[in-house]
Design a protein around this ligand. Structure first.
Ligand code: FES
Length: 100
């Protein structure tokens, strides 16, 4: 694991979702209620690219079968035991860093 700058802070405003690359890993970031969260961009259902779906009302919606995950926790709204894989986030020097 290594801290990697993935976006400038202004590239992820409140209510936004964005894909990024951290080393070899594809990730998806979202900002909800002022907090930034990062997850592997791989749906736990069948591996869909969550970053290519929608982000509405704090929920990341997978484009393949419309499973919804909470931006705050990564949990699937139908069963919190199923979740996106969470990655640590820091904001430093105007950039969003992810430990991937
Ligand atoms: S792969 Fe994401 S909902 Fe099926």
């Amino acid at each position: 694991m290594a801290w990697t700058p993935v976006l400038r802070e202004e590239e992820l405003p409140e209510g936004a979702m964005a894909p990024a690359q951290a080393g070899w890993r594809r990730i998806v970031l979202c900002r909800h209620r002022g907090a930034v969260h990062a997850y592997e961009d791989r749906c736990p259902h069948a591996g869909g690219p969550v970053s290519q779906g929608n982000f509405t009302e704090g929920r990341l919606i997978c484009p393949w079968h419309a499973w919804e995950f909470l931006c705050d926790t990564g949990a699937w709204d139908s069963n919190p035991a199923v979740a996106l894989r969470r990655l640590p986030v820091r904001i430093r020097l105007g950039r969003i860093w992810v430990d991937a």
